[in-house]
Ligand binder design. Sequence first.
Ligand SMILES: Cc1cc2nc3c(=O)[nH]c(=O)nc-3n(C[C@H](O)[C@H](O)[C@H](O)COP(=O)(O)OP(=O)(O)OC[C@H]3O[C@@H](n4cnc5c(N)ncnc54)[C@H](O)[C@@H]3O)c2cc1C
Length: 509
Amino acid sequence: MKKIVSSLILFSSAIVLGACGITTPDESEKSSQATSQTTEATTDAASGASKQEEYTDPSELKDKYDVVIVGAGGAGMSAAIQAKEDGANPVILEKLPVAGGNTTKSSGGMNASETKFQKEDDIEDSNDTFYKDTLEGGQNTNDKKLLRYFVDHSADAIDWLDNMGITLNNISYSGGASVKRIHRPEDGSAVGGYLVEGLLRNVHENDIPIFVNTDVTKINEEDGQVNGVEIDMDGNKQTIDADAVAVTTGGFGANEQMIEENRPDLKGYVSTNSEGSTGDGIKMIEKLGGQTVDMDQIQVHPTVIQKDGTLISETVRGEGAILVNQEGKRFFNEMETRDKVSDAITNLPEEEAYLIFDDALANRAKQVDFYKEQGVVESGDTIEDLAQEIDVPKKQLKETLANWNEAVDNKEDSDFERETAMDYDLTSGPFYAIKIAPGIHHTMGGVKINTNTEVLDKDNQAIPGLYAAGELTGGLHGNNRIGGNAVADIVIFGRQAGTQATKFAQGNN
Ligand SMILES: Cc1cc2nc3c(=O)[nH]c(=O)nc-3n(C[C@H](O)[C@H](O)[C@H](O)COP(=O)(O)OP(=O)(O)OC[C@H]3O[C@@H](n4cnc5c(N)ncnc54)[C@H](O)[C@@H]3O)c2cc1C
């Protein structure tokens, strides 16, 4: 493969995102220890890792492929690698100058049940429990067939990644999970950069062509069967024919217009998303008659910096931080699901809150170093000093922390019935505060697929030759995604899209 674009994959993503005012690649959905290495990874991702990766020379683009994959995020690269394993010769077309999309930004991890790594750690879990937790999190609105397929194939997805040198064997809790189920890289570092780098390495090892700066503008069909795409490659428009097309273009969390159309109440919210998350795939598939579901189900994350959409990792709460209002009082169980914590913040008169934590926590959750560099962390040597900095009543903040530390000692939060992330008290100064409010984080709705990732039309019939996987699809998460389930979604259904598109292309569907 001739290669041209020498890019620092992780760093390039950070530059691209930074250029659009979107910063740290971080969302942590774990809630216990083993975060000491996370900053190293986060810092690497933000400051430029040493790895150089390359993309395919535009001159090598052919006018026909058996399987065309649209979008080079986690779902797209998983689909491509699986398609190649199954005997196809796929191509990946990516509109941005680098691969990765929102996947690069994910750092919490990937949920999976009955995995070999859980067994090694004596963690008792089952696919049924994973199913139940996800259904509870989604308040029973999830597509149950997709969910069943998802949980039953999660362990296999972990093995598949491991066999490719992408090992997620550091397991912890995530919000809404009843057991330790979120899988992370061994050193506790961010999952996204590691996953994207590993998938891209395998894309190259498998000689799968991957073209960047290649915007797919239309999906073509003839007599109802999908047969290719229109592209704009650096200004050159072209038709690429295909036997099957797998669309993996991600969600629409960065498309203000689509957000407003589907959820007028979220107009003006900041977004944590990559600039590529503009809902292109959903729009192209709708033009072909594809059905959409749950488009108004947009996940808002409770702890986002409002000026630039920086996500404050769930790890900070997971390691023991509390949330207080402007009166210096706790107001909710910080470890509740994201929708509920977000609502609790939005219902405050000031519609924002402070994450409060101590120096010991800052040492455990190393992401805090990055937040300090960003200038979003207020500090005080004592609780009173901190209260002064953030203009909350000193006496009240002191009392709130004393009550909280007593709850941690007794392992009982009689105020808000928090049950997890109570391993550490908040007693070692300096003390810190980060002002946060909810921001748009994940679009749970999208195109309707079946468990074969076939895109369904308005009569629930599969559109021949058209497959979709990842954040552009809807149904799996219902009305509330559990942290860690999106990365699992893109690998599990990305692979399925690769397999099914290959079968279709080979005439074996
Ligand atoms: C800050 C942050 C942290 C997160 N952390 C976690 C986590 O820890 N765990 C978890 O489970 N989930 C997490 N998520 C959610 C998860 O990362 C995403 O849902 C998932 O990675 C989406 O993967 P994808 O492959 O579907 O889309 P993406 O990774 O977004 O990839 C889609 C790709 O398609 C490209 N594309 C779009 N339109 C076109 C077009 N017209 N032509 C060609 N290419 C196109 C995009 O540029 C992009 O590269 C996080 C999300 C964010 C924003």
